[in-house]
Design a protein around this ligand. Structure first.
Ligand code: SAM
Length: 234
C-alpha cells in the first residue's frame, strides 16, 4: 500500500498484498482433528523458487521496515505510514522484486502485506481509506472450470468500492480478452462505481501504469492489453 499516490513513482510497483501460502485451504493450526472447515476458493497458487539473490538480500534488509504483519484488525494508517493517507492499494506483485526496487529508488511510503488480499481487504482496510486500487494482470485462470478463481467478481469489487474514498478509482488491466469482458461487466454492474471512460468501454493506458513482466509476455504471445478505470461515485 502506498501513501499519497501523487508521490507515485511511475516505474515503482505500488504496494501491495501478495500471498505467501494458500493457508485457508489447509486445516487451521491447532484445529481439532476431523473438524471440517469451510474451504474458500483462492485466486492464487503458491509459487516457489523464483527469488533471485538480490531479492532475497533486499527482503532480509528491508522486510522488517516495509512488511507489515497480517492481523485481523483494522489497520491504523497513521501508525503504518506515519500519516493518515490516502493510500493506493496494489494487489499482486513479487515481494522480492518490489523490495529490491524500494532499495534502488530509496522509496519510503510503501507498506507490504504478504497475505491473501481478500482477507486483508475484509479485515484490515477501513472504509473510505483508499485513493486508488491497482489490479494489474491478475491471474486470468483461462480454463472455464477455473474461472471461479478470478479475482474480479462482484463481491470483491463491492468490498473494494466500499474502501475507496468518493472520487477514488479502481484500475484493472489484463491481457486476456475474456477476462477484460468479465471485468467490464462486473465493474459496470457495481452501483458505487462509474466508468471514467465516457463511452463506457476500455480506457487508454494511463501513464502511471508501468509495463510489467506479465504484460510483456502477453504482448510477445500476441495478446492485446485492456485497461479499465472506474471511479467511486461522489
Ligand atoms: C499474473 S501476476 C501479475 C503480477 C503483476 N501485477 C504484474 O502485472 O506483473 C498475479 C499476481 O497476483 C497475485 N494474487 C492473486 N490472487 C491474490 C490474492 N488473493 N491476494 C494477493 N495476491 C494475489 C499472484 O500471487 C500473482 O503475484
Amino acid at each position: 500500500m502506498q501513501e499519497h499516490p501523487e508521490n507515485t513513482d511511475p516505474v515503482a510497483p505500488q504496494a501491495v498484498t501478495e500471498p505467501v501460502a494458500t493457508a485457508s485451504e489447509a486445516q487451521p493450526a491447532g484445529a481439532p482433528a476431523g473438524v471440517a472447515f469451510p474451504k474458500t476458493i483462492k485466486s492464487f497458487v503458491r509459487r516457489a523458487g523464483r527469488t533471485t539473490t538480490g531479492q532475497a538480500k533486499a527482503f532480509e534488509l528491508l522486510g522488517p521496515r516495509f512488511v507489515l504483519p497480517y492481523r485481523a484488525a483494522p489497520l491504523d494508517m497513521t501508525e503504518a505510514f506515519g500519516a493518515p493517507g490516502p493510500a493506493v492499494l496494489a494487489l499482486g506483485f513479487g515481494v522480492g522484486a518490489l523490495l529490491k526496487r524500494i532499495a534502488e529508488q530509496s522509496l519510503s511510503n510503501i507498506r507490504i502485506l504478504q497475505h491473501d488480499a481478500v482477507e486483508v481487504i475484509d479485515h484490515m482496510l477501513p472504509h473510505g481509506v483508499l485513493e486508488g486500487v491497482h489490479i494489474f494482470f491478475p491471474d486470468p485462470w483461462h480454463k472455464t472450470k477455473h474461472n471461479k478463481r478470478r479475482l474480479i467478481q462482484a463481491p470483491l469489487v463491492a468490498k473494494l468500492a466500499a474502501r475507496l474514498r468518493p472520487g477514488g478509482y479502481l484500475h484493472c488491466a489484463t491481457d486476456w480478452e475474456p477476462y477484460a469482458e468479465q471485468m467490464l461487466e462486473v465493474l459496470g454492474a457495481e452501483p458505487l462505481l462509474r466508468n471514467r471512460q465516457a463511452t463506457g468501454g476500455y480506457a487508454d493506458r494511463p501513464a502511471y501504469r508501468p509495463e510489467t513482466k506479465f504484460e510483456r509476455r502477453g504482448l510477445r504471445l500476441g495478446h492485446g492489453v485492456w485497461d479499465l478505470v472506474f471511479e467511486k461515485i461522489q
